[in-house]
Write a protein that binds this ligand. Structure first.
Ligand code: COA
Length: 209
């Protein structure tokens, strides 16, 4: 695990990115997967879950580090018409945990909930999941403890012009980041096509020495 994590880009995921979301969830180590889903689940379960997430109306945010999705936050509004409540779930890959990504994602989820008139946000987690509880506490969540589960409820404030503008600015920034990422990827592929691979090919005079 590295001590430093390069600053990532947080943006909404599109429905067409379900596979990227699935691959991220599949990369969670066994403990993180258990904490995320509440019990040990198979790869097949995770793949089905990721495919359904967008169809079920979830708003999914992702944190991309060096172009790879390393953390995600899902917001599930409860109810079809003007839902006042929602559930949220978080996943950060092992090497990227404890670097503030979960906190940043919860902050974003609260903003998104707030702008949709959702006042109560519930986070379900296992009782041993102290890290998730610590993050929820930072946002003044009320924690209710069952034997092996904790429900953290927190209230989102009413939306304001400023909170709507913050979401719009975050979306614009995320979109710009996604375009830059795509450009970088495309440029990398161009170099791969036109430059022969390997140091010997790049400097043939060294190959015979
Ligand atoms: C839980 C999870 C989302 C947190 O994200 P993260 O990026 O690791 O968390 P952050 O770095 O933002 O914050 C972690 C906080 O927990 C604290 N912490 C770490 N280990 C802790 C422990 N054992 N006990 C108490 N607090 C702990 C850190 O000090 C930090 O708090 P601080 O900012 O006040 O110092 C992430 O670890 C994860 O995905 N875990 C596996 C899946 C999961 O548990 N999902 C949640 C259930 S839906």
């Amino acid at each position: 695990m590295t001590d430093q994590v390069a600053p990532g880009i947080i943006r909404k995921l599109w429905a067409g990115e379900a596979e990227i979301f699935r691959d991220h969830l599949l990369r969670l180590d066994a403990d993180s997967r258990r904490f995320r889903f509440g019990s040990a689940v198979s790869d097949e379960f995770v793949a089905r879950y990721a495919a359904r997430a967008f169809r079920s109306g979830a708003i999914v945010h992702g944190c991309f580090v060096d172009g790879e999705l390393r953390a995600a936050a899902e917001l599930y509004p409860l109810g079809d018409v003007l839902p006042g409540e929602a559930e949220a779930a978080f996943s950060v890959e092992h090497a990227y945990q404890n670097h503030g990504l979960g906190t940043l994602l919860l902050e974003r989820v609260i903003l998104i909930a707030r702008n949709r008139g959702i006042r109560t946000l519930c986070l379900n987690c296992l009782a041993q999941n102290r890290r998730m509880q610590q993050i929820a506490r930072k946002f003044d969540a009320e924690l209710s403890f069952d034997s092996d589960e904790v429900v953290a409820s927190l209230n989102a404030p009413f939306p304001t012009a400023l909170s709507l503008a913050r979401e719009a600015a975050a979306d614009a920034q995320g979109m710009a980041g996604a375009v830059l990422q795509a450009q970088r990827l495309a440029t990398g592929r161009m170099f791969d096509l036109f430059l022969p691979a390997g140091p010997a090919a790049a400097a043939p005079e060294l190959a015979g020495s």
